[in-house]
Design a protein around this ligand. Sequence first.
Ligand code: NAP
Length: 553
Amino acid sequence: MTTSQAQANDNKTTAHQKADFDAIVIGAGFAGMGLLHSLREAGLSVQVFDKASDIGGTWTWNRYPGARTDSESYYYCFTFSKEILQEWSWSERYPSWEETLDYMHFVADKCNLWPNIQLNTTFVSADYQADRGLWLVRTEAGEEYTCKYFISGMGMISEPVIPETEGMDSFKGPLFHSARWPEGTDYAGKRVGIIGAGATTVQLLPVLAETAAQVTVFHRTPNFILPAMQKPMTPEWEKEIKDNYDEIIAKCRNHVFGMAFDSPVNRTVADTPPEEVEAIFEEHWNGSFRWVFETFDDLLSNPEANRLASAFIVKKMKERIEDPEIAELLTPAPGEYPLFAKRPPLDHGYLEAYSRDNVKLVDIRDREPIVAIDETGVRTTENHYDFDIIILATGFRAYTGGLEAFPIRGQSGQSLREKWQTTSKSIMGVCVADFPNMFIVTGPQAPFANLPTSIEQNTQWITHCIKKMESEGFDVCTPKQDAEDAWTAHTAEIHEQTLMAEGDKVNSWMMGANIKHHKPRVLIYFGGANVYYDKMDESVEADFPELQFDKLA
Ligand code: NAP
């Protein structure tokens, strides 16, 4: 604890408030950095902890070759400082992880965040102590810290899923998850196996294939893959962006997925003559998720519109894949599942990579499932594949993974993991009943959206709530059970009406259906990020009706 923080805490009036920090934030990515800035501005002592050796969250863990944002750079960023928005220059439409990390360092320097960030620190438990109204956290190194507010900024996609394949420990070469890429891994001239073919592999494969001797992708479910259409940031484009940042921020705030898109377009497939639909699809085929939102407003809600969009994407994908057999494997069959029941990846040369002599696709769903990993490679029912390196690009335990990775115990002593055995309930993804004075940024049942937008909206709500607590002298805010039940029911009702509800058929992480021994569930609020942000604002205006505020005796 710094001297100034200690002094700040000594000034607290009641004994139970004598904590090491007003707020502890776990995770030093966008959420942790944003919270640190916002809560410090509000006068709190804040300490951010992260088990990584650098800030950056997702962008420090996912250092695999080719990793880059799928949102366009100029709105995948903090918007709280106009100065930073003007000073920072992006080099590309979708920045690499290196550039994104440079940006985060720039923000940390600019806002002097470093003194309140402690890296290389793994929490092993967090317990709410009702008698003191404090949280007690313990670290792997045996340190203990107390705080009044315990906040998760661990992100919605942070905890890797490791398959239970037999013999994994026996492989002699490096074998690792894509989100734990060992620094300096030399894959040039090597035989590389990649298990999994989601958004990560779509980014990774084309880069690996440039120098690896051989890359083999073990593939199960095909994806609807949209082209990224990368392009450099030109001075003219940058000027246009920087001259219009208020509008861009407003677009994100008011968009169903928190993106700076020009939608809704007030046009639906249902109301458009069939011959015009294809022409509009074609005209907007300019890269990014824009295509889904700037063509028609009913692609994700009307099954027929979704079917037409899906068929268009598959047609476009097939145009770029040389081998018809590979094209069949890589593209979803008609009616297999709706577009967006699985999160579509953005492509920077993935489909073309399969035309290379050194790239091989193995269908482990229908033709030759993996049987085991052994000393030298991967054994399927039909073949043995020899590798020097094996990469598990097998995804994440989304939304709940970080929060369930170590015991976080609330008022009753029950952990989040125990509470979330069958449903991952929350209040707007930011609070959980039985967990007083705890907040989550983009927790379960929050929307799936451009993350910096949602993170900033959540940060504002949390900061408002804490400011209320402090200014009105409250010690404890308790999320109400009935508010949690109501949000969970509302989220489930909306989910049922969307085509994303079919995600459990295709192991979608958006429903936790990618996790073995785990019941698929409603993890995402699909009522529109903009509607959700409105609800958060209404909650602030109504003085947080979801929470009960108390003073300790
Ligand atoms: P993912 O989309 O969940 O894909 C995991 C892949 O591994 C799937 O192909 C899955 O097959 C396969 N798999 C899982 N377990 C397996 C097993 N036991 N045996 C064989 N195959 C297995 O994971 P991801 O590619 O890491 O992407 C996850 C999410 O992270 C993305 O959707 C995205 O939101 C985020 N992400 C973002 C970016 C970005 O924005 N730039 C980049 C990468 C990732 P099935 O489909 O058959 O289950």
